[in-house]
Write a protein that binds this ligand. Structure first.
Ligand SMILES: [Zn+2]
Length: 427
C-alpha cells in the first residue's frame, strides 16, 4: 500500500488539544508521521493531498448504534420486514454511516440475533463498506420490562426486537449462545422505559442484581462488553457494581450513583443516548410527526434532568460519549452527529471536548485505547478531511458534503482530488 501525505492541514488530534498546523503522513493502515509546520515533510515520498488549511481529524464513533433499526416509527415496526431484506438494508446503513464520517460504531442492540455479527464480518472481510463495528445481541429484557411487547396471554418470546428472559439462568444461557454466535456486546435493560405511567421519568428497576451479575459473569469469562439501558439510580448502581462497562442514559443517577461512576471512570463509559428525545423536540416536524402534550413535557423534563447529570459527570472526568438511537423515524441514520451539537448546547461541552468524546474516547470504547480516534504517530489511520473548522462550529460534522476525504484503516472510502501525484516507485 502506498503512502499518503495530508499536506498543510489543521489537525484536531482528538485529545481535546487545540488545533495545530501540520503535515500528516499515512503509511499502510497507520499514521507514520505528524510533522508540525516548520518541519514540513518531503512531498516526494507519497501521494500528496493538498489540505489547503482544511481540518484533518479522527473519524467519529457512535457509542449507541442500531444499524439494523431501519428508521422505524415504532418498536413494533422494527421487525416488520423479512430477515433477508433487513440484512441488506443494514448493509446499506453501514455504508451510509461511513459516508457521514462515522468510522466506528459501538452497537447498542441488533434487531435480530446475528445481523450485527454478519455485517461486522462482511465489513472486516472487505465485502461491503462500513465502519468498524462491535456487534451486539438483541436487547435482553425481562417480562414487563422495556422491549417486552407481549400483552395478556400473548407472549412475544424471541419474536420481537427484544428477547424476554427471566432469572440468572436464562440470562446466562442467552449470553453463552450469543458469545457462541460471535457477538462482542451483551445488551441488557435493567430499568424501565423513559416514560413511566406514574412519573415524568420512569424510576423502575426491573432486573435483579443476580440477573445483571450473571450477564457480567459470562462477559468476563468470554471477554465481551456489557451495555445497559440504565435510567434509574438503582439500575446504574447495580450495573457499575457488577462490572457493566457501558451505561446508557443514566438519567436519574443520584449522588451515590455518580460517585460510583466517578470511582470507575477509567473502566466505565456513559452514553446518555438522548438523540431520539432531542429529535422528538426539535426535529419531529421535519418528518411529519407531531409530538405534543404530556409526551412532550415528559421529554422536556427528561432532557433537563439528563443535562444536569451529564454536566456533573463531565466535570468529574467520567467519559460521556455521543450516540443515541439513530435508526428511528425522527432520527434517521446519518443524522448521528446531531448528538455532538447538543453535547455543546445542553451538556456544557466545548466543541473540542465533544469531538474528543466522539474520537479519543470512542477509540477507547472500541477497545483500541491510544491507537484509534487520535491523530498521532502509530495510530490507526481513520481520518476525516473536513472543509471548515468543527472546533468553531460543531454542526459542520452533520453535513456529509463537508467531508472532502474519509479514510478508514488507511484506505480511502471517499478519496479527495489528488493535487500532485508524486509517488516514488518502490525499489
Ligand atoms: Zn437504543
Amino acid at each position: 500500500m502506498g503512502a499518503t501525505l495530508f499536506a498543510d492541514v489543521r489537525v484536531i488530534d482528538g485529545t481535546g488539544a487545540r488545533p495545530f498546523a501540520a503535515d500528516v503522513l499515512v503509511e499502510g493502515n497507520r499514521i507514520a508521521r505528524v510533522a508540525r509546520h516548520k518541519k514540513r515533510l518531503d512531498r516526494r515520498i507519497a501521494t500528496v493531498i493538498d489540505g489547503g488549511g482544511r481540518t484533518l481529524m479522527p473519524g467519529l464513533t457512535d457509542a449507541h448504534a442500531h444499524l439494523s433499526f431501519l428508521n422505524a416509527p415504532t418498536l413494533e415496526a422494527l421487525t416488520a420486514m423479512t430477515v433477508e431484506r433487513q440484512v441488506l438494508e443494514t448493509a446499506k446503513n453501514a455504508r451510509l454511516l461511513l459516508d457521514h464520517g462515522f468510522t466506528s460504531m459501538f452497537s447498542g442492540a441488533s434487531v435480530r440475533p446475528r445481523i450485527d455479527v454478519a455485517i461486522r464480518d462482511a465489513i472486516n472481510a472487505g465485502d461491503i463498506p462500513g465502519p468498524r463495528l462491535l456487534a451486539c445481541t438483541k436487547q435482553m429484557t425481562v417480562t414487563g420490562g422495556f422491549g417486552d411487547l407481549g400483552q395478556g396471554e400473548r407472549e412475544i418470546g424471541e419474536h420481537g426486537y427484544a428477547i424476554v428472559l427471566n432469572g440468572p439462568g436464562e440470562f446466562r444461557l442467552a449470553c453463552r449462545k450469543a458469545a457462541r454466535d460471535g457477538v462482542d456486546t451483551f445488551k441488557i435493560v435493567p430499568s424501565a422505559f423513559a416514560m413511566g405511567s406514574r412519573a415524568l421519568v420512569a424510576e423502575d428497576t426491573v432486573m435483579s442484581d443476580a440477573e445483571v451479575a450473571a450477564v457480567c459473569e459470562v462477559a468476563r469469562q468470554r471477554n465481551r462488553h456489557v451495555a445497559a439501558h440504565a435510567r434509574s439510580a438503582d439500575a446504574v448502581k447495580i450495573c457499575v457494581r457488577n462490572g457493566v462497562d457501558v451505561i446508557y442514559h443514566a438519567t436519574l443517577a443520584d449522588e451515590e450513583a455518580k460517585d460510583l461512576l466517578e470511582a470507575e471512570k477509567d473502566r466505565v463509559f456513559v452514553a446518555p443516548a438522548m438523540g431520539l428525545q432531542y429529535a422528538r423536540l426539535h426535529e419531529a416536524e421535519k418528518y411529519g410527526v407531531r409530538f405534543e402534550g404530556i409526551a412532550r413535557r415528559r421529554v422536556e423534563a427528561e432532557l433537563e434532568i439528563v443535562s444536569a447529570v451529564m454536566r456533573d459527570l463531565h466535570r468529574r472526568g467520567v467519559r460521556v460519549l455521543p450516540g443515541g438511537d439513530y435508526g428511528f423515524q425522527v432520527t434517521p441514520h446519518g443524522r448521528n452527529a446531531l448528538d455532538l451539537q447538543f453535547f455543546v448546547e445542553l451538556y456544557g461541552f466545548t466543541p473540542l471536548e465533544a469531538i474528543r468524546a466522539a474520537t479519543q474516547h470512542g477509540g477507547e470504547l472500541m477497545s483500541h485505547a491510544g491507537e484509534l480516534g487520535v491523530v498521532r504517530e502509530g495510530a490507526l489511520a481513520d481520518l476525516l478531511l473536513v472543509d471548515g473548522d468543527p472546533s468553531k462550529d460543531i454542526r459542520i460534522l452533520q453535513d456529509r458534503n463537508r467531508f472532502d476525504a474519509i479514510m478508514k484503516d488507511g484506505v480511502f472510502h471517499k478519496a479527495p482530488p489528488v493535487a500532485a501525484s508524486l509517488r516514488v516507485a518502490a525499489e
